[in-house]
Design a protein. Sequence first.
Length: 418
Amino acid sequence: MAASISSAVKMSSVINDLNKRLKSYIPDRNSFEPPDKALYGADSMFNTKAEEAEKYRLDAIKYAFKLHYEKNKFYHDFCVEHNVKPDDIKSTDDFAKIPLVSHKFFKDYPSGKDFAVWLANIMTGDIPKIKIEKKNPSFDDVIKSFGNAGITVAYSSGTTGKFTFIPRDERTFKSAEYSIARSVIEMLHQWWRYDSYAYLLFPHSFKTNLYVGKVTSVLFDAIKDVRAAIDREITTDLIRISMGRPKGLKERAMAGMLKLASKRMNEKMVNDIIEWMEKLEKTDERIFFAGAPFILNMVMDKMDREGLKFDFGDRGAVMTGGGWKTQENHRMPVEEFREKVKKFIGIPENQCLDLYAMVEGNGFMTQCPEGHYLHIPQNYYHPMVLDENNEPVGYGEYGKFAFLDSLARSYPGFIFTG
């Protein structure tokens, strides 16, 4: 029989405990700026009263806009072209005036040492000294050099053929880490305890700069015991080759070997996860899966073939994110995925949630357990839907997604997609 968590848990006590665990992510309160107040100071990421949330959001975004206008040359010039300055933003109604950068901008970069110059030029504020030793460094060489100087350059999975690169200073990156942890745990506050066991269904956070893996490094501080499904170094070169974009004969040969090795590694990964569940089902410990739905789906498919089922009940929880990537042909509706998790692992549907995020932003739209609707962290993050002229559309209309992200201190987080 599945174990149950019977007593109701107060959100405030859970967040207090989480904040103690994540103390190193939170700046000293005396140094709080408006974005910090909106993130760390609010009682809730999603349930702040509308008027209070609007005040947080207005102050935070006004602060961020002024920061980038004054301390980022390329964005300052961009604003001058659009004839917009910080004093023009007086209310949330003025947010539509803030000049937006296309997400394609972060995919348009040179290689070698020029890539390092490109990164430095899009950053806001003082740039630390970056030491690059190689004459013709790879993307990964440059990323490592920036990392040595305290700048985390995270990137997308490159499924469209080009990586997106975003440079985050320490304060911005810690804000992103805290934001994802807080967003997830608020939605799963009835389940969360530090003394739990988690499986990260992404590359190991300390062995990659792939954003979905890197930003989830906070999991290692929020949960007592964490394992990673992909526990090896993952680089841009490795991702590019595995995605079928090798350069030259050497990389083409490597692609063939990677394909063979990948099959074996996937089999081991799935077996390891099943063994982990077999061991923990016999205990009363809580378990958590965080990451790519397709990895958990691979596990459940093997369980189905072998006639295996577990029944963790409400001591188990799942938070998926990152999409199906190369497993797009196995994609299923989220409702069907939740039913499958309940059938094979025994975790109830109200504790099987999903979130949506982008490498360009630090906002994590997270499903609620009640209706599985995606919720926006409205205290610091302002989403918009735009028409073909980049003008906001009315409620219920379709268009391009855009956002104003006040947590982005090291780059202008005012971005439109499409």
